[in-house]
Unconditional design. Sequence first.
Length: 255
Amino acid sequence: MRSGRILGLLAGAAAALGSIGGYAQTAGPNVRVTQDQNSIYVSAHTMGGSGAYTDAVLTRCGMDRRMQNEPTIALDPRNPAVRTAGSNDYCTIPNTGDAWAGFYRSDDSGITWVDSLLPGYKGDTSPEGTSSPIHAMVAGGALAAGDPVQAWDAQGNLFYMGNNFNRGLPDGNSFRTRDNTGDVWVATYAPIHPADNTTDCQKYLRTVILAQHTFDNGSFNDKPGIGVDQNHGNVYAPCSDFHWSGCTRYLFSLS
């Protein structure tokens, strides 16, 4: 996970990312995406309309005022009022020991936001969390998730990609054995009601793992990127596979 770039997700900037329908956009006032004082993060379970769920991690995230960095943002092509963002969110550190992938959604052109986390973090006992393959990786020590990138298809589905890892142990100057465990993942968020584009990407569906690190061999998957073919729905998800003691490969996944 890269560090040093503080989260500056501004709704006004999002509105100025280009023109929609051929009309120039006027930047609005700056708006906070992450509300981390006198607030609470919402679980994917609750946001998706499946009932109430919260936990100590989500509660602490709404009050702890920790940093977010490496932001990403994406606009729904079938309803530009719906937009999502993500970050390396350090609000989880007091409860989990490391940062996690934040997920933020707006359905009013970025005026207000609902803050959430990718399911599967340490302490997440929701159905979405325990069914995620990342849950088992976290149990094995891969406590962090981040490097977020996002892309939409034309049916209101959002594809959210990042990595999940532990930070490893240095082996002198060799970089040969770093105990890196983790993976690169893609999560899918879908509409609650496919015919209602105001519910686009509101329901978490699944997470799939594309690649895993090689334990004790100085391997690390990083630098994710994602794109969606708007005409055919194909999802393209490349990432780097770093080998500290050998060559570096670039992995490419297609769905």
